[in-house]
Write a protein that binds this ligand. Structure first.
Ligand code: DC
Length: 226
């Protein structure tokens, strides 16, 4: 018998700072799924542009750089690490300048096409929780579970400022909020694969939820489909 194994895919989309990655990573651990952070892939391309002195908003220049970019994902102790041209850039991609560069390059259609197959490949061979902006709408439109995770811009900015403070980085709340609003605008207004909830997504608003409550909400939605 050559029956294809049916894998489960849970797509989690939502705006920057809604807690997607923390929630998805924890839920994946609990369920024994692999967690794929697609934002890290856009961030790596943003970083590659900054490293080469290329304006991330210059679509032609960004597209011309793609043949020189190799991105892969490896798992060390169950954690995703992202490798850009042979270097582990998992930490380097977490700066504010890379966030903004990622948002700019993600509007370039050739960049989205470049990452699509890499992303779909994981779901063909694993039970996955994949988070991003267009997972339920474009990358995995047949995912069994689709969740749109959101929270007010103010609560996302507050959490981000607190997270940075925990790392010893003093960030200005208003600057973080402005950044989130700008990224939301970029992500929802681009022509290719803009951020939006899939018609069949379950909306989870974490504004009034603690992190454990948010993880619980997401895990229960996925478990219902198992
Ligand atoms: O989730 P994140 O903040 O790491 O994502 C970084 C940027 O990448 C974000 O501004 C939008 C973009 N992105 C995207 O366009 N599509 C995805 N599936 C994931 C991220």
């Amino acid at each position: 018998m050559n029956e294809k194994k049916q894998f489960i895919a849970a797509a989690i989309d939502g705006p920057a700072g809604a807690g997607k990655s923390t929630i998805a990573r924890t839920a994946a651990k609990e369920l024994g799924f692999i967690y794929i952070d697609t934002g890290a892939m856009y961030r790596s391309i943003g970083l590659a542009c900054l490293n080469k002195g290329i304006d991330p908003g210059n679509a032609g220049a960004v597209e011309a750089l793609l043949p020189d970019i190799a991105i892969s994902i490896v798992f060390k102790d169950g954690e995703q690490h992202i490798i850009l041209n042979g270097n582990d850039v998992s930490d380097d991609i977490r700066t504010e300048s890379v966030s903004m560069a990622a948002s700019r390059v993600s509007a370039v259609p050739a960049v989205r096409a470049f990452l699509l197959e890499l992303q779909r490949g994981f779901a063909r061979e694993n039970n996955v929780i994949m988070d991003g902006r267009d997972i339920g709408t474009v990358v995995l439109p047949d995912a069994q579970v689709k969740i749109f995770l959101t929270a007010s811009p103010e609560s996302r900015a507050r959490r981000r400022t607190d997270q940075l403070a925990e790392k010893g980085i003093q960030a200005d709340y208003q600057a973080v909020l402005d950044d989130i609003i700008k990224r939301d605008y970029n992500d929802t207004h681009r022509e290719t694969a803009p951020l939006k909830a899939a018609d069949d997504a379950v909306l989870v608003d974490t504004t009034e939820l603690t992190l454990p409550e948010s993880i619980d909400a997401v895990t229960s939605i996925i478990k219902e489909k198992l």
